[in-house]
Write a protein that binds this ligand. Sequence first.
Ligand code: COA
Length: 259
Amino acid sequence: MSFAPGILAGKAAIVTGGATGIGSYIVRKLGSLGARVAIVSRKEANLKSAVAAFKANDGIDVLWRVGDVRVPDLMQEVIEELANEMGGLDILVCNAAGNFICPTEDLSPNGWRTVIDIDLNGTFNCCQAALPYLKEASAGGRIISISATAANYGWPGAAHAGAAKSGIQNLMKSLAVEWGVYGIRANWISPGPIAGTEGVDRLIIAQGRAQEALDSIPLGTFGEGDDIANAVVYLASALGKYVSGTELTVDGGSQWQRR
Ligand code: COA
């Protein structure tokens, strides 16, 4: 089951962290529905192998640039180049993130700063760099940030990521208000655990918490990458045109499970 073919034809999208994990599902889905897509991440090897796989498996040509979302000048340069190459920019997906499990009492200032810098400052850097192009998007620019349901609660062992993701959520609310005048919609998606991603492998399975996590999901299974990608399409397409400043939770109902 899918959206109408070509629903994103004529749109141009940048997905940060689009070479791996949830980002790669988003890229595949946007590209298969007609958008031109570009990806940005830190590791050239990941970018190259992802672009080859998008082409071989899905028939999608994806542009790529090496870039660290923490570096504002670099992101300005990269987003400018990609937007010019694609003939504009309609959709920015802020997906790049870093996280690790560490009790807050053991977390070094640099560990804290690193995650805040990637997740929160990185999102700000990309949004600001994309603004001139999103302003020109014919059906209204779309910013979609990938957050986490855990950010709506305390997140023991990942206070750094929880604070960053909460910050992203508030940034999206502020941009929805400030940039609504430019026709820009800013929203965030909060995924629950998505099977086959580094987040689930490293933060849940490697911590021996797989069964506990499954027990906390009313629908009884981890999500799939396409569940998040479909949510992105809804927010990025004409179907989501009146949605701004809000959260789309995709977690099998777990946020309301009594623990
Ligand atoms: N526990 C405690 N502290 C950690 C840590 C861990 N597991 N991993 C990193 N840190 C700390 C480092 O010790 C360092 O602090 P210090 O200088 O006080 O020692 C600080 O965080 C920066 O780490 P560094 O590895 O130099 O940063 P980086 O910019 O190369 O990478 C991450 C940071 C978060 C991206 C890195 O942890 C990483 O590669 N994670 C895997 C990818 C990922 O997070 N994907 C997201 C999907 S969940």
